[in-house]
Design a protein around this ligand. Sequence first.
Ligand code: IFM
Length: 437
Amino acid sequence: MATDAGDPLPRFPAGFLWGVSTSAHQIEGAADRRDPSVWDAFEAAPGRVKDGSTAAVACDHFHRHREDVALLAGLGVDAYRFSVSWPRVNSPGGLDFYDRLVDDLCAAGVRPVPTLFHWDLPVTEDWLDRDTAARFAEYVSVVADRLGDRVRKWITLNEPAEHTLLGHALGAHAPGRKLLFDALPVAHHQLLAHGLAVRALRAAGAGDIGIANSHGPTWPASDEPADTEAADFYDLLLNRLFADPLLLGEYPGGLGDLMPGDVEADLKVIAEPIDWYGVNYYAPTRVGAPQGAEIEFGGLTLPAELPFSVREIEGVPVTDFGWPVVPEGLTELLTGFRERYGDRLPPVVVTENGCSYEGLDDQDRITFLDGHVRALHRALAAGVDVRGYFVWSLLDNFEWAEGYQRRFGLVHVDYPTLKRTPKASYAWFRDMLRAQR
Ligand code: IFM
């Protein structure tokens, strides 16, 4: 943990963007007011979501968004990152909801920052199908035409790496496929969808476009070649498979040879310049050589045939989800990105950072956020052009295959009554923002 905990938090530059994040499927509910997504189908299959729950109601944000906008205003954030549900936009009147939400955010002085895809793919779409990328861009045009007069900052995709890995390679998320490395076309088609969406947004006049990718340092289990090679490969998948095509216009490690279609032509679309790069950071990963057995890790079962194994990071606290708490990993990640990509790296925004803990007096979350904000400042001081920080999440919500068992919110949600109660961390973040100003 950071050794300066307890000292006043360092000041961030004027104009630094402070916010909180959510996603449509995790909070909106009102599943009867939209088309089905792959997640609805996944949740309906027994045993897929650990507590047997669904997101049909979730936090009922669809009907309670005014209360949630008031919570945002009370928190004093500059910006709110939410996601637009493609299946809702496909349903009659679906865009009206986002129109109202954006109006209410603007009226409350909170900048709307929509993500256009956060895993809730319409059931009629499939990322193995290249045409899904083109249809995504059409949907993006529709959203941009409607909201672009008030929305300035856009995010194309959230964590395509996790959606590929968990949803299509390992089967732990929707749509539940276990394709292992045959899932690579899903990565390529999402990247293509991103590039086409950037073009669609530019055509609609947007000037502030980014993507939210999940990243974290990879720490080899030892100096043995078997461990360092396994760690390099894991690093390639998590940190370079999505960043290199976007920022350098090429796939790393020969992975381009495994991608479908005219990869060279697609890379030109994928590498459309973006205005900023979003990083979702939770923890580093300790990685070693394969151990020939299944591994339980962070709520996942990793199959024995993977060419690496994930190991415990010893000597650090863990969240209630069992994720290691390593704030300095954020500094390491961002300074490493700066070294790797140099001038090709646009300004960075941390689009997610947070932790799962129980309880209203969530001192552990405060310690976590305090440590990570300091770590972020160290990256800034080291020369990384960081422009914003968003906490995951405003509300406790539907944590995908974990159901409602994991609580990431600054605001507690009592699911039977849907009552919202700000936690101690909400007051801490509010006071921190006041002090920053
Ligand atoms: O809840 C998720 C979010 O949807 C994507 N990033 C990680 C969060 C915590 O697991």
